[in-house]
Design a protein around this ligand. Structure first.
Ligand code: PLP
Length: 497
């Protein structure tokens, strides 16, 4: 670590610490003190060396990556690039190779104990004590008694036939939609669904539209295919159709990835009219749509209609995850894919993991057949309705003036916008000091640009902690309003992270 001693950080200047570390590191890279191909020290080690919060180092590394000095390799670390090159695009809407730290990376920092979190408004997963463990144990036992070793064999790649049949009736009961059996592909989680669709349909430089903001896991899957990703603005009733149409004309997409119901991260849902219009546009301009249905079951008002219901031209590939309200570790989801694309997708699934776990599929099948799903979801709807009301009331009561928030009609996420000029990454750091975690909006944009908004999730926090957590968060925001430290204006007056 001796080489880093030359990086002197000064806590008395306005320049944020991560910028100081970033600048020090660029100097060392440019003068060759840190060699091309070399791995930078792990975040935690660097943080303790400089005596700063791990997030400060995350930001410094992210800045290095955004400017092309380093590459971050998942599960491996951050490496100096062989020839640093700027990767910023001229067109602010178009991002190609820019990658960054994920939701999970930020979560792992605070869950690994750098700071102790008392109020978790960051996590998107429900707590394990909400899982229907007893019912699940019973169905697993029944499956093993019934099928013995057959439950643990390789399964047919498209999925365990009885489960496909159960899903067919599930879609009919829940959504009044008739899914042909030969259009159902069982997948090991929605993330795999997005990934195999990207493998099957996206080639290098194909244009993919995503909502801005959007789910970073999808962006990573499209980036891994070398897609040309274009962000389309979101509004409260769905994608901004004007922005969408303009971009379709400029850069016709091959595919549009969308979460029409209770979007991650904003909680926004498409209006009936917009769903209809989006389906019509996909037909008119001949592009595919991935409809990522991560949580439509958790509605607080009216049951939402799926975008797939408007698809009369087989353009929509519908993905339904069972992770968000059920058992994320089961890795269970399904894909409804038009028949003429089925083989192509099945091949991508096969080359990904051969088949999803037979035991999990059989257990899921019994869970649905015994109608344990509806009771479980109704129980969660009640629990979350209570949490949602508490969060709405607390936001109303405690948030400082000029803080805007969107109250979703379902799901876990409130999208909160800070007063102009304040950045959610700075709030993230400030709130951590009070033991509160949130998800800064930056993570949900393709180039992770600084965002004034953040995601406040009620998935994991206990109902009784919501009011205190939001009151303390409001105090953190007030401190930021009084002292918006850390905001650094760089070239073109664009705040840098
Ligand atoms: C919008 C969205 N899609 C997909 C996923 C991945 O879900 P799964 O656990 O089914 O892979 C997530 C998980 O956070 C998500 O938020």
């Amino acid at each position: 670590m001796n080489r880093f001693v030359s990086i002197q950080i000064d806590r008395n200047v306005e320049k944020p610490l991560y910028i100081q570390i970033f600048e020090g590191l660029t100097k060392l890279i440019e003068e060759g003190t840190i060699a091309s191909g070399e791995k930078l020290p792990p975040i935690r080690r660097m943080a303790s060396f400089f005596n700063v919060n791990a997030v400060t180092v995350v930001n410094a590394y992210k800045q290095l990556e955004n400017l092309g000095y380093v590459d971050s390799r998942v599960g491996s670390g951050t490496y100096v690039r062989f020839s640093p090159e700027r990767v910023e695009s001229e067109d602010s809407n178009v991002f190609e190779e820019v990658s960054g730290f994920s939701e999970e990376a930020l979560e792992s920092i605070h869950f690994k104990g750098d700071v102790s979190i008392r109020f978790d408004f960051a996590s998107a997963s429900i707590p394990p004590n909400y899982f229907p463990v007893k019912d699940f144990r019973n169905v697993i036992n029944e499956v093993l008694d019934r099928d013995g070793g057959y439950a643990l064999e390789y399964q047919e790649s498209s999925g365990y036939q009885p489960l496909r049949e159960s899903i067919k009736s599930f879609m009919e009961i829940q959504h009044d939609l008739k899914v042909p059996l030969d259009e159902i592909q069982i997948i090991s989680g929605a993330q795999q669904g997005i990934d195999i669709l990207a493998k099957a349909f996206i080639n290098y430089r194909d244009v993919v539209f995503v909502e801005a903001p959007t789910y970073p896991g999808a962006v990573n899957a499209f980036k891994s295919r070398g897609a040309h990703i274009i962000e389309i603005n979101m509004s409260e009733d769905g994608v901004d159709l004007k922005d969408l149409k303009e971009n379709i004309k400029k850069n016709p997409p091959k595919l549009f990835y969308t979460m029409p119901v209770f979007q991650n991260p904003t909680g926004h849902s498409y209006s009936y009219k917009k769903k209809k219009e989006l389906a019509a546009l996909s037909k008119e301009y001949d592009f595919y749509i991935i409809e990522d249905d991560h949580i439509n079951d958790l509605y607080y008002d009216k049951k939402p209609t799926l975008l797939k219901a408007f698809d009369d031209d087989s353009k929509v590939f519908y993905i339904k995850s069972f992770s968000k309200l059920f058992l994320p570790g089961l890795r269970m989801a399904f894909l409804w894919i038009p028949q003429h694309h089925f083989d192509k997708t099945a091949l991508a699934k096969y080359s990904s993991d051969i088949s999803s776990s037979g035991l999990s599929q059989r257990a899921m099948d019994l869970f649905l057949k015994k109608d344990l799903w509806s009771g479980h979801v109704e129980r969660l709807q009640k629990l979350f309705y209570d949490k949602w009301q508490k969060a709405g009331q607390a936001l109303e009561k405690y948030m400082p003036e000029n803080v805007r928030y969107y109250r979703p009609q379902g799901g876990h996420f409130f999208w909160v916008k800070l007063p102009k000029g304040l950045y959610s990454m700075n709030l993230y750091n400030e709130a951590l000091k009070s033991g509160i975690s949130i998800m800064p909006g930056d993570l949900f944009y393709v180039n992770q640009r600084p965002s004034e908004s953040f995601r406040l999730s009620i998935a994991k926090i206990r109902a009784q902690d919501i009011e205190e957590g939001i009151a303390l968060l409001a105090e953190s925001i007030s401190r930021l309003i009084d002292n918006p430290h850390g905001v650094f204006y760089g070239p073109g007056d664009r705040p840098l992270l």
